[in-house]
Design a protein around this ligand. Structure first.
Ligand code: AMP
Length: 542
């Protein structure tokens, strides 16, 4: 099997330009290519050696718990080099109970804790350990300093998994999307081309790295930067917690390629200083993960007249993104919503009806992705995998297919237009949330008899979550206090972005004539935001 081209490129940059920076964080940490390659080699060698000693299966996923730091990046590469897919868990986005749920699904994994892991994250109800082996940051650092190297033949390749990303699952348990080394390698040339670059371009650039590594949007800059000999400019959680610090970091960033959700760019646009004078080098704004509004594209074009604005689309299940379009000023100025682009080479996008038959050009239907970057499926969930994934032939070759649950239409030029969801998944500041996930965690709160969660929308986009809760019997305290207690309870098991902003206590939930919760009756459309409105700091994932 061919070696993973992405890893070969990183090795080549490390050999040819060991001093060139691979990662710089807004907190001042940095790591060059030479150091990255040697640190990841040390960790990979020890991972492989200990796995052999303990008789652990080849290719088993390794959890990596941490944040934006040189060691974290080295650990991600180390997993690949040791033949193991990495499972990234950002310590600011994945709460202990979610870490526990992931570890339980992986079945006693090895866990590299680059950041301190809360003890409750790794024990089940009876206090039994859920991870086979936890490396703390000291052990990771010791391994990174080893001069030992893994056998190059160990590295993941072809249809072996490169990473497993856990996303919100509608039943309350996160689901792990299995992305192979071949998916990443096939995604890579298209990824760099839509950034206006070429693989191994030899013109090192800095790439904005804002989304946590546990979200697939970050794979855009991870692959884009490391394949081209560029550097990640990572905005840490601490920096993103203050708008002032964030703008100062962007000012000093020297970023050429901007990758984020539109929400994150909108938050920056709320500050008048966010313009080409602050970031004169930006050549490309690359967006994915949620709707890019015409207004956002227009404002970016006004403030950064020399930069390209690219809208891309795709789910984690098909390796980050599968379509893209450069948004021209004319497109941004037109009254029609922006398209999400034409498919990459190797992908066919179909729009189908309920029976799976193609609808006519211009007609609405479910978006199905067929191609060579579609993931294997959901880890350990054959039924769910079979329900969403399938196979087809493209250009005479077998490829995987994925039913996205997105509604859209294709125009005559082959451009895809996104039109919302056909299910209960929402995007909030770029974060993917199954409303059923939040509802099932609410249902576990003692006293909750029934719950329905809806997204309050503004300007056609989710603004925040509202939970409607029916309480069993008398409510023990004021609605305000009870809402506060319920939120505190949810915080222990759900990521921060899944906590409803408002909890409304109802005597009963409205139902449709066929007995289902009437979500339309609960839906809220908020007034348009004034020109001076702004979002809170810290939004944006993938
Ligand atoms: P994720 O797996 O977190 O990347 O989320 C994938 C989902 O985000 C897609 O299925 C869409 O619903 C939504 N999405 C991705 N890109 C776009 C886009 N450019 N415009 C609108 N929605 C998008």
């Amino acid at each position: 099997m061919d070696a993973m081209e992405f890893l070969d490129l990183v090795e080549r940059h490390a050999r040819e330009h060991p001093e060139a920076e691979a990662l710089v964080t807004s907190d001042g940490a940095r790591m060059g290519y030479g150091e990255l390659w040697s640190a990841s080699g040390g960790v990979a060698a020890l991972l492989a050696r200990e796995a052999a000693r303990d008789g652990r299966p080849a290719h088993e996923p390794v959890m990596v718990y941490g944040h934006k730091s040189p060691l974290m990046l080295a650990c991600l590469l180390a997993c690949l080099r040791s033949g193991r897919p990495y499972v990234p868990c950002d310590c600011h986005s994945v709460p202990p109970a979610r870490v526990r749920a992931i570890a339980a699904q992986l079945g006693s994994p090895v866990l590299l804790a680059v950041e301190p892991l809360p003890p409750e994250a790794l024990a089940d109800g009876e206090g039994r350990a859920l991870a086979a082996d936890v490396w703390d940051a000291e052990k990771v650092a010791r391994a990174a300093a080893l001069s030992e190297r893994p056998d190059a033949g160990l590295a993941v390749s072809g249809d072996e998994l490169a990473y497993v990303l856990f996303t919100s699952g509608s039943t309350g348990a996160p689901k792990g999307v299995e992305v192979t080394a071949a998916c990443v390698d096939r995604f890579m040339p298209w990824c760099v081309s839509i950034m206006g670059l070429g693989v191994a371009a030899g013109a090192p650039r800095r790439f904005l790295d804002q989304a946590p590594f546990s979200f697939d949007l970050s794979v855009f800059e991870l692959v884009g930067a490391l394949a081209t000999g560029g550097a990640l400019f990572s905005l840490t959680h601490a920096t993103q917690s203050s708008m002032r610090d964030q703008l100062a970091a962007l000012d000093a960033s020297g970023v050429y390629v901007w990758v984020s959700t539109p929400s994150f760019a909108e938050m920056c646009l709320a500050d008048p200083s966010f313009s080409a004078s602050l970031m004169p080098r930006v050549e490309t704004f690359l967006f994915c993960g949620e709707t890019l509004t015409n207004a956002c594209a227009r404002r970016l074009q006004e403030r950064f007249p020399a930069a390209r604005v690219v809208n891309s689309y795709g789910p984690t299940e098909s390796t980050v993104a599968v379509s893209a379009v450069e948004v021209t000023p004319a497109m941004a100025a037109a009254p029609d919503p922006l398209p999400v682009g034409a498919p990459r080479p190797g992908t066919r996008i179909r729009v189908v009806d309920e029976r799976g038959a193609d609808v006519a050009t211009g007609a609405l239907g479910e978006v199905v992705i067929e191609g060579d970057t579609v993931a294997l499926g959901y880890l350990g969930q054959p039924a769910l995998t079979a329900a969403r994934f399938g196979s087809a032939t493209l250009g005479g070759r077998p490829v995987r297919t994925y039913r996205t649950g997105d509604e859209g239409w294709l125009d005559e030029g082959g451009m895809l237009h996104y039109h919302g969801r056909i299910d209960l998944q929402v995007k909030l500041n770029g974060y993917r949330i199954e409303l059923g996930d939040v509802e099932s965690h609410l249902a576990q709160v003692p006293g909750v008899k029934a719950a329905a969660v809806v997204a309050a929308t503004r300007d056609g986009r989710a603004d925040h979550l509202v939970a409607h809760v029916v309480w069993e019997g008398e409510r023990p305290s004021s609605d305000f206090e009870l809402a506060r207690d319920v939120k505190a309870r949810l915080r222990s098991s759900l990521p921060h972005y899944m906590i409803p902003r408002r909890i409304v206590f109802d005597d009963a939930l409205p139902v449709t004539p066929n007995g289902k919760v009437d979500r339309h009756a609960l839906a809220e459309e908020l007034p348009r935001r004034g020109a001076r409105g702004r979002r809170g700091v810290g939004g944006g994932a993938a």
